[in-house]
Every structure is written in C-alpha cells, then in structure tokens.
Ligand binder design. Sequence first.
Ligand code: FBP
Length: 700
Amino acid sequence: MSRNQAISLQDILNHPQVKKVTEDVNAELVERMKYKPPRCEVFAHPHTVLEETDQYRFELDPEAEKQLPNIIGNRVQLVRGRDAVDDAVARQYGRPRNIGIVFSGGPAPGGHNVIAGLYDAAKKVNPATRIFGFLVGPDGIVENETVELNDEMVDRYRNLGGFTMIKTGRTKIDTREKMSLSRETCRSLQLDALVVVGGDDSNTNAAFLAQELIADGIQIIGVPKTIDGDIQVRDAAGHVLCAMSFGFHTAARAFAGAISNLCTDSSSDIKYWHICKVMGRVASHLALEVALQTHANMTLIGEDLADYVDEERQKQAEIDGGIDYHAFGMTLRHLSRIICEAIVRRAAVGKNYGVIVIPEGVLEFINEIQVFILKLNTIIADFNQTHDRDFHSFFPRLEDKLEYLRRLAQRSREDSAFKLWNARDDDLFNDIPAFFQEGLLMERDSHGNFPFSQVETEKVLLGLVQDYLNILKEEGKFKVGIRKDYYRKTLERAGLDPDRYGPVLFGNYSDNEFLLVKPGIISVKTLAQALQKEKLMADGDRLPAAVENIFKKSMPSFKTQNHFYGYDGRGNDPTRFDCIYTYNLGLTVFSLIANGATGQMAAIKNLDMDFGRWEPIGIPIAPLMHLEERKSKLALVIEKSIVDVQSIAFQVLKAHREKWLAAVPGDDHFRRPGPIRFTGNSEEERPITLELNAIGNSEG
Ligand code: FBP
C-alpha cells in the first residue's frame, strides 16, 4: 500500500504494462483480424463466369410473375472459375464499378466478412472500383447517407462480429416515395450495383428494388443473413440450394456456450431451474441447435407443439363419431402440464433442478395466442386504415387499448355480422396478465412482424407452471426423492430403526434407490399423524428430528432463474464456419455483379459438406416469393423456413428427449460445446443441424 502511494496516478497510467492492458486492442483481437478465411476453389482463378442451369426449378406464384416480370425468369447461376476469358468479357468483368452495400434487419455475425470478401474481390479486379457503405440500414439509401470504404476500415473489422462498420436498421423501402428517393441516391452515386444483406423481408425488398431499378441499369444482389436461420432455400424437387443463413451458427454456439455453463452450475448447486429463452422470432432453429449442442434437460420446439395431437381426445371423438378440433395443436395450459410432468419426474429422483430452453417465438405456435395475434393484427391495421391515424399513438396507454377492445366486443353483441372481436375473446384476453396483454398489443415492426423479443413470453408459461406445481404439491404428487442410503444413514445416526419408519413415511419403501414420501404426508402435521397412527410416536410427542429433516428435504420448492439469450449471441464474433461462409459470400456477390446478374441472392451450395465441396451460386429471388398475410393484407414475401419436424435433426432431438431429461437416477447427459474459436483442430466444422440434415438430403 505504502509503496503504491509513492507512485503518482500519472506514473501508473504511463507504465507500459498498464498501457498494454488498457488498450482497446488485445492479442486475441489482433490474431482474429489477421485470420485469412480460405476461398472456394473457383475464386483461385483470375476470372469467374456464371453458368445458368435448369437443373433447379421453382413453382412460380402468379402474383410474383405479375409484379416482378423482369426477374421472375431468372435461373440458378453456378459460379465457375476461369483462367482466361475473351477480351470483351475480360473488359466487362474488369471495368471499374461503383457498388453500394447495406445491412438490413438485426445484426448477424459475419456481416463484416461479406463486406471484406466483396471489397477484396472488387479491388483485386480493378482498384478503381469504389465501394460505398449505406449507413444505418435502408434509411441510408433513402437519405443518401454513405461512407466510402477503404483498406483501413475493412481491415479493422475482418472476422469481427456485429454490423458496427456501417450499422443497420429495419426500415422497409415500401412506398413510391422511398423507392424514388432510393433511385435518386443510386443515380447520384452512379451505382452499378447495390448489395442488400438481410433476412427474408430484406431480400423481398431486394427483389422489388431489382425490378424497379433494372431500367436504370442498377443491379441488385441479396445476401442471406439472419441468426434465426429461417432463410433456407430448396427448389421444388427438394434440392438444397442454401442450407442456412449466415450468423446462425455463431449465435447458436454463443447461446449454447452460456446455456452449457448453466447446465454445469445447476447440476452443481442443485437448487434452480434455469429457464432460457433463446432468440428466433418465429422458427425454433436456434433452440433446436442449442438442444443438440448442450443436451439441456428440456427444449421446446414451436413447430413440434403446433403439430401436437391429443390422442385421447381424438380417440374419444372417434368413439362419439365426431371431430374434436380441440384435439389438434397445443394449448398453453396443456404445455404447462407437460413441463410440470418433467419437473415432477426429475424431482422424484432427487433432481429438483435443471435447464429448460424455450424458443422466443414459441407462443406463435400455441393455438389461442396465434388467434389473438392474428385478430389484433387485423384490428390494428383496420383502425389505422379507417381512421388514418396510428393505433398506438391514438391509444398510448394499455387501458385505452383495452377499452377500445371492449367497445369492439360490445359491437359484436349488437351486430352479429361483426365477428372480429367478440365477448369471449374479450373475456379470455382479460384473463391474461397485464404485461402480456401489453406485449400482444405492441407496435409491429415495419414488416408487420410481432416483436417477440420484447415480450417476456416465458413468464406467461412459467406462471401456469408455478400454479400447477403448487396444486401438485398440495396433492402430494410433487416430491423430492430421497436417496435410500442417505435416509438409512440419517435415521441410524439418530438411533432410529429405518425399517420401522420407512414403510410409514414412503410409498415405495422397497428396493428403490430414491424414496418418495407418501402423497398424504404434505405437512409436519400430517407427518405426525402418520407416525401416531402407526404408534411410532405418541400424541403430544415431538417429531424425531431426523424424520422431520428427511420430510423437509422431500418438500420441493420450484426456484427459477430466467435468462434471455439474444442480443448477446447476435453480437458475438463469428465462428470459423461463419467467417469462411461470409467471406465466400462476399466473393460470390462480386462474381454475380461482375457477370451482370440482378435479382439474385448470393449463396453457397453444399454448406453441409466439407469445404472442398462448397459451390458458390446465385439463387433467383423472385421465384422464392409467394403471397402471405402481412399487416392484414396479402403481400409478396419470401417464405420463412421453419423447423421441419420430419427432419433428421429434429427426429434426433426427439429420440434423445427422454435421455436428456434424465428423470432417472444417475448423472445428466450434458454436452459441453466449449468456447467459440476460429482456429484449432477441435473447432467444429458446421452447425450440428446441418451435419444431421445432410444425412437425409437428396444429394447428401
Ligand atoms: P433479423 O431477422 O432481422 O435477422 O432479426 C432477427 C432477430 O434477432 C430475431 O431473432 C429477434 O426476434 C429480432 O431480431 C429482434 O429484433 P430487434 O433487434 O428489433 O429487437
């Protein structure tokens, strides 16, 4: 202490060691930025060409044919490497260009490498090519906010997560005005091409931009980004063209790392159930990958719940000669019962702890909630249209919104033709907790998506779980199993005969490893009565302390810790898979641009195979589009890919559910995915989901 006092703070701050450890840059970062992702073989050649193929076909939506006439005929393009091409092609390929790039939607690890790949390829072919980054998402296009990228900027973000270099935003270019401002921006920058790095909605936007700007000679190329993993492309015959959007692997691995640590902690201090909500607005791909990475005790998969059929109800309906529609799909109540059953079964073998993974979008797959979301979407959209006012600014408080709904319910009583919101809807809605009512009434994003990340969906479910566990506890059905050897030792140490007390205390006092206190014994009072009845103590005697101790250990409390894994994983530095994938996507983007493509999405085929078999391709966006209801109107969008419950990855999870629940004596079966790295021999090659599904792919 006295020695430190002699040194001035300034001296400390000037000390080389202090300077080194307080720098923004550390050794890990330097190493990461220096990493050079390998390139697919085609990019080793000085030129690339595009080979159109009819091998892959799509079912075209007539509306897409109508609205996107100039790009609907696009075909899949295979990128091929060439050592020499004829002069005209070489001149066209190598001419200087102005290229704009924009990030759209939520960040996804690897975005900077898309830029780096594009930048490296473009500058190598012609150093006079200029790359502009649009700032803060599509707003940057509409408002002409750009930055010209240079070596220093690109190098600073190589292999790093986030979209920090140029930021991102969720604006949709969906009006004539925004479209014409975008055209003006592209013209003023004399852009040859614009690259949209985004999810399903942003690639949808890219298709409309491509159609609109084709006359101006401006090419539009999309890039499949989203941690949600819901951009996966197959052709009509089921051939996989894009197995996964970029960012998915990193986010899943980041969530899995944190959740795996919780598995370790929970099985160490054995007192908490950790409830882990993981991102993925609708699809449960991330939850599925996390389950395969961690072997958490229980993982809900939304798509599986939607598929649920209550066999008993269905059988009864068959006997009655009718159809019971309530037999199909999962209700919140039923789901809470399933979770409780798992908790009770683990407790019975002494494991009153564990880890549950809940996908962010799970409620989208629950019958009654889905109905609410659809009805409220329509109500809000109708209000906005009829009153030309925004529902949310008109009714800023929850009470005002509820009052409006009440008025609609009243209207349905007076006008039988009005069916949108009836008295039953209103009653049911008033039964749910206020925070969730507020969540369901929240403003949708510019694409009409429900903001699940901002609603504590897991709390709704947990409320029901807690209530039902309390009931089970009162009925004596929720107990912590007591190890038989521990019971015997405790009683013997107190000078009591375990075999005299055992049959009175426990319902299964035979050769079971874990003993369950009889259902009728649920309090110290009922325990004393049971002992008195069997003359093991007299009225007025104190309970033997050892027996009381055992009883108390058998009474469970359901203690939870809630966690949300979303933004943290989204901001993680990319895995090696995502580093390589995105860098090659950037190279693919340049090949598509240099060869004149537009309305195409850059992709890498065979992602589920060894790197040597990866094939850069261009996928036509327009043929992927179909009509879907958005903000109560039919709109052309790219279909989100949700978890296929027939897929091998899901079937493998399903087959392991019982094992990973581990509701039997013995250890849990947790798996440790380890930290995310980009070097080293043990770093996994690709997401487990891809690894498994590849087994079933037609070309796998
Ligand atoms: P994208 O589809 O735009 O990639 O975003 C995915 C996502 O991270 C979802 O998982 C999540 O529900 C949502 O974004 C969160 O949105 P926000 O960043 O606006 O809170």
